[in-house]
Ligand binder design. Structure first.
Ligand SMILES: Cc1cc2nc3c(=O)[nH]c(=O)nc-3n(C[C@H](O)[C@H](O)[C@H](O)COP(=O)(O)OP(=O)(O)OC[C@H]3O[C@@H](n4cnc5c(N)ncnc54)[C@H](O)[C@@H]3O)c2cc1C
Length: 213
């Protein structure tokens, strides 16, 4: 990005992290990202799936969508992800908070024209959504790969912000009768619901075990 790079400094310094391992782990765990870009002067933020491969975030979609059409041109883009880990219920309304892990990434988008790279990214995306599923599928045809646009954003200007721990009540409030503490939050998958083409007598594929509690 040019010399007027965006700020990536977290104001509450103790919550900020900038090392790739921390930033990448949050990007990898988040199932969905939000992609911000300008379109005709308007800021647009679109929710979409993503996958990280090395030091790039990859997005996919139809060549027809505005997000893909815009990002294929190579534009300044901001990708954010957030994971809600808990509700922090303090004894004053002011100190209510949430535990979270989030990341903000700024970078110039780029069209991934090379079909082999595109195929690898799309395979990685399938495995991100449903670990170890890709190997159970037939390979994508060349036509399917051509039809699916992929764009990349370098993880170049990136920050993570993390809030963890318990309440942070004012000392005078800790003797109040109100309950204080944390309600943990996590993503829970439901039991797999086979479609009508699954043989009811067949054993469930091993990779579906990922979704079980
Ligand atoms: C969890 C999730 C995952 C998704 N994953 C992908 C993906 O991997 N690839 C992909 O291409 N798309 C994905 N989508 C869809 C994506 O959010 C957009 O809907 C899509 O890119 C729209 O393209 P468009 O050109 O038709 O609409 P646009 O021209 O971008 O949008 C036109 C208008 O439609 C409305 N709109 C568009 N999208 C949404 C939305 N999601 N919610 C509410 N209003 C909307 C807005 O008012 C917008 O200004 C996902 C959506 C969700 C919620």
């Amino acid at each position: 990005m040019s010399s007027d790079s965006p700020s990536t400094t977290v104001r509450k310094a103790e919550r900020g992290a900038y090392d790739p391992d921390t930033v990448n782990a949050i990007i990898d765990e988040a199932p969905v990202c939000q992609v911000g870009f300008l379109d005709d002067g308007w800021p647009v933020v679109i929710p979409t799936l993503h996958v990280r491969v090395d030091d790039h975030i990859y997005l996919h979609g139809s060549h027809a969508t505005r997000m893909i059409r815009t990002l294929k041109k190579g534009v300044r883009t901001c990708v954010t992800v957030s994971i809600l880990d808990g509700l922090v219920l303090a004894r004053s309304a002011l100190h209510h908070s949430v535990n979270y892990r989030s990341a903000v990434v700024f970078g110039e988008s780029k069209h991934v024209g090379d079909l082999e790279t595109r195929r690898r990214v799309l395979d990685a995306l399938v495995d991100k959504i449903a670990p170890e599923r890709r190997s159970t599928l037939r390979p994508m045809t060349e036509d399917e790969v051509r039809k699916t646009a992929v764009v990349s954003i370098p993880i170049e200007h990136a920050s993570a912000k993390i809030r963890s721990g318990s309440t942070d009540d004012d000392p005078a409030d800790t003797t109040l009768p109100a309950w204080g503490g944390v309600i943990p939050v996590s993503l829970v998958y439901g039991a797999p619901e086979p479609d009508e083409f699954v043989d009811p007598s067949a054993t469930e594929p091993e990779h579906l075990g990922f979704f079980l509690p």
